[in-house]
Unconditional design. Structure first.
Lengths: 236, 220
């Protein structure tokens, strides 16, 4: 019998180790797995490399993980947020390393990592400062950059519903990086509002097939980052 | 004579409206953040455009009523949006496959500088203390069939944004085909900036003086 459900967010992130690479889903607050991130703050792993499109807002969720000093490097397309000084402060004081990646290249690097493709060529960033030091090659007279696939030890992902086999469906634009991060991580951890028996999700609508998902944990009423930020919340 | 500043050229809304006139019916369109977002308000009667937002939605509709926003239904500028009938959600790798794979017909972006060779700079001033952040602009430039810029003709300080070559870090090289400003509509051609149309009440010399490269007049 397969049952990937764990009983708590703490249990879900129990074995994240110091120095781990952790993919964190979300585009802004949409799809940001706040409860799993807070559990990771409580768990205490440090010297993490975080792969995520943004760096959080306010002082909750991803921004709180950074503020707690647990992250030594981020691989990210847009670390700046109007309402957070956490990343800029760490960056200016030299406490965090940034690998800036164009958003589509970041997505494809993650997809490739999960699909067993070590590298690929993309036209994005050719002729820009982000091309520096990268191998390039011409195909049909056009220049492309070689980019490497990305893998991680863990992924923290927010879904809407899952079954105990790890099949996941998402909610609207909160899907964003979730499905590809599940593919690219050794241990993909999904928080979902509902967790049900196998067979309860129509196979035609499954977005992340369970083969990509290792643990599911129920978070029935997930908080919205923007509500926490406007309430001035901090974590812990 | 009074020295009051007159409003000259097109407003932001008028610029957006002018650009919207040039988008063919049925186009798949990605709009950048800022003035580009206004374009969606001015689609001419009888045309249907499908809006793509790179965070995973085709068929993006207008902003919801105040207080009815869904934090999990947002656009690339992280603002609340809605879905139009026929909308679809998808993950980020598929979204950028649409962009990079040439499936999006048109992208409209803002700019810090555009060069006469069609180079775009719109993500960083290159200042040493700036926090670098690039988002999806480089992928959009490199992959979308046509990339238009909509921007004020000069900076707030009056510096030209249309230049011989960009001094800010590039977003893409030779990627822009057309520029819509408060003063003019300009095509980027192999010989440089080709004026297509002057805004009402604006003459050629006025635009040339505010352009940092040679502007080719409309042929007689």
């Amino acid at each position: 019998m397969i049952n990937k459900q764990v009983s708590s967010t703490a249990d879900a992130v129990r074995d994240v180790f110091d120095g781990a690479k952790v993919m964190v889903g979300g585009f802004g607050e949409a799809g940001s797995p706040i409860e799993l991130i807070h559990a990771l703050i409580d768990q205490g792993a440090k010297n993490l490399t975080v792969i995520s499109n943004n760096c959080g807002s306010g002082e909750v969720g991803l921004a709180a993980l950074l503020k707690a000093g647990r992250v030594s490097k981020v691989i990210c397309s847009f670390p700046r947020t109007a309402n957070s000084t956490v990343f800029p402060d760490l960056y200016h004081s030299g406490k965090i390393e940034l690998e800036l990646v164009p958003q589509g290249t970041l997505a494809e690097r993650i997809r490739a990592g999960g699909a067993g493709i070590p590298a690929f060529y993309t036209p994005a960033a050719v002729g820009t400062p982000l091309a520096e030091g990268k191998e390039s090659r011409e195909f049909d007279g056009k220049t492309y950059l070689m980019e490497l696939g990305l893998k991680a030890d863990f992924a923290l992902i927010k879904g809407r519903a899952a079954d105990t086999h790890g099949n996941v469906v998402y909610n609207k634009t909160a899907r964003n990086f979730g499905p590809i991060m599940a593919m690219a991580s050794e241990v993909a951890i999904v928080q979902a509002e509902e967790i049900s028996e196998p067979g309860s999700i129509d196979p035609e609508v499954v977005v992340s097939p369970g083969i990509f998902v290792n643990r599911v944990v129920q978070v029935a009423g997930p908080v919205h980052e923007s509500e926490l930020v406007s309430a001035g919340a901090t974590y812990p | 004579m009074s020295q009051q500043t007159e409003a000259i050229g097109r407003t932001r809304e008028e610029m957006a409206q002018r650009l919207a006139m040039d988008i063919p019916n049925g186009s798949y369109v990605n709009l950048g953040i800022g003035i580009p977002e206004l374009v969606a308000r001015f689609v001419p009667e009888g045309r249907t455009l499908i809006y793509h937002t790179e965070n995973g939605l085709l068929g993006m509709g207008p902003s919801p009523a105040e207080g009815e926003g869904d934090p999990e239904l947002i656009n690339a500028g992280k603002r609340y949006v809605t879905t139009n009938p026929g909308a679809a959600f998808f993950h980020h790798a598929d979204s950028f496959a649409m962009i990079r794979g040439g499936h999006i017909d048109l992208c409209v972006l803002g700019a810090m500088q555009v060069s006469e060779a069609g180079d775009l700079a719109n993500w960083s001033t290159g200042a040493p203390d700036a926090i670098p952040a690039v988002g999806g602009a480089m992928d959009l430039c490199a992959g979308v069939k046509s990339v238009y810029v909509i921007t004020q003709h000069t900076t707030k300080q009056g510096e030209p944004k249309l230049v011989e070559s960009c001094t800010y870090p590039l977003t893409g090289r030779g990627v822009i085909t057309r520029v819509y400003t408060d003063l003019a509509v300009i095509e980027i051609t192999p010989k440089g900036f080709q004026l297509l149309e002057l805004s009402p009440g604006i003459d050629f010399e006025y635009v040339q003086q505010r352009t940092g490269a040679k502007l080719h007049p409309i042929p007689d």
